[in-house]
Design a protein around this ligand. Structure first.
Ligand code: SAM
Length: 389
């Protein structure tokens, strides 16, 4: 699979593309860089032979690179490439169409607002060391091309965020849309499926019963139908619960009503969630093992930031008995999480011990419905205390 990154100069294409290529272990090709190393300086070329001749050579260079490298490329196109006229090269129209319709052609611009976009691009270009500082020329080029750029590619990213963050948006697109996926999941959920249970996790019950100091407030992330949040609310604790799925949040609200408890439930991805509140306990039963590899460090940072000093993360995640053992590179290649990642204790320790201290870890008990608590031994329950700094 190839990824094409399009857009004006100074949009951040090269930096973002390099990060994506490194994560995927793909070959990184920047057409402008290739031109410089194989033909010469673009500015000098345009001066010497004219824009059309330069563009013709650039198209030929593109074709040659594509011939030599078939797959697994992150390809950064020159800013003007998608605006070249048909008269320049007999193949350019079909090349542009192929790129535009490619599953992973991504247009990158700082803003969808024309004026804002022009201002940012021109400022960045003026700040660049090795580009011309012809202010009016930069303004003219981006002003003329903005309307062409904004609809280019299979999808568009308008963002002034850091390149690292933009690269994650691109990597997200390699996988299914999580909101849709989980809505489908809950839509089709049969009553006898484990996640249709209305009982709380046995390990959560044990933890809260044994706690000498009870948490005051709790955030449940990926709460599903709300079975754990409802239990926590019944203990008289304040509960905020979030889930990416609309259906899950509907179910949570209904379960809270049935049990006559109050829960603040919000449909939002954990990665977009922000709150003024800091929590004593963040509880995650089954979300972490579905987190994409490139979002894992965000997960850790968000849990860490969301907890009070001394706060605790309660985590239920697949152990060695369940989930894929594929490494991150393989997961990116498959573009599929195979229903979740396996996290034996050693792997959890590698991920969490920088910011959290392990309090307890054990496989969950297998529970029957008459136990009135929930548990399966293919997941383990662990509790992690935020390390104070
Ligand atoms: C395996 S289910 C567990 C549900 C619930 N915790 C339970 O144990 O019954 C994972 C849950 O995480 C939610 N989820 C997945 N990705 C999410 C995200 N990025 N932010 C918030 N929730 C997410 C899903 O919608 C689903 O409800």
């Amino acid at each position: 699979m190839n990824i094409y990154i399009l857009g004006p100069g100074a949009a951040g294409k090269t930096t973002v593309g390099q990060i994506v290529a490194d994560k995927l272990k793909y070959k990184f090709i920047d057409l402008d860089e290739m031109y410089l190393s194989t033909i010469g300086d673009i500015g000098d070329e345009i001066k010497q032979v004219g824009y059309e001749s330069y563009a013709y050579k650039n198209i030929e260079l593109y074709r040659k690179i594509k011939e030599d490298n078939q797959d697994n490329l992150v390809f950064i196109l020159s800013s003007g490439f998608m605006t070249y006229d048909e008269s320049i090269h007999s193949n350019i129209k079909s090349i542009q169409d192929d790129i535009n319709n490619h599953e992973f052609s991504i247009m990158l611009m700082p803003s969808s607002d024309k004026q804002k976009c022009i201002d940012v691009i021109v400022k960045r270009q003026m700040d660049r060391k090795f580009t011309s500082n012809d202010y009016s020329k930069h303004r003219k080029v981006i002003s003329e091309r903005f309307d062409i750029y904004k609809d280019l590619g299979k999808y568009q990213i308008f963002s002034m965020d850091k390149p690292e963050e933009i690269s994650k948006i691109i990597l997200d697109r390699l996988f299914n849309d999580e909101r849709e996926r989980w809505n489908n999941f809950f839509d089709k959920l049969k009553d006898d499926h484990p996640l249709a249970s209305k009982f709380p996790d046995e390990s959560l019950v044990e933890y809260l019963e044994k706690s000498i100091i009870k948490p005051n407030n709790v955030l449940e992330i990926g709460g599903g139908n709300g079975r754990n949040s409802v239990y926590i609310a019944k203990l008289g604790l304040l509960v905020d619960t979030i889930d990416i799925s609309d259906d899950a949040i509907r179910k949570t609200i209904n379960l809270a009503k049935e049990n006559d408890v109050k829960i603040n439930a919000e449909r939002i991805s954990f990665f977009e969630f922000s709150s003024e509140n800091k929590y004593d306990l963040i509880y995650d039963a089954g979300l972490f093992h579905h987190v994409f590899p490139h979002r894992r460090s965000d997960y850790i940072d968000k849990v860490f930031d969301g907890l009070k000093v001394g706060g605790v993360l309660g985590l239920i995640a697949f152990n060695e008995k369940m989930g894929t053992t594929a490494n991150d590179e393989e997961i990116f290649k498959q573009r599929n999480m195979e229903g979740g990642i396996s996290y034996p204790l050693e792997k959890l320790k590698q991920i969490f011990t920088n910011k959290f201290e392990l309090m307890s870890y054990r496989p969950m008990k297998n529970c029957k419905s008459e136990d009135k608590v929930f548990g399966y031994d293919f997941v383990s329950a662990s509790f992690w205390k935020k390390i104070s700094r």
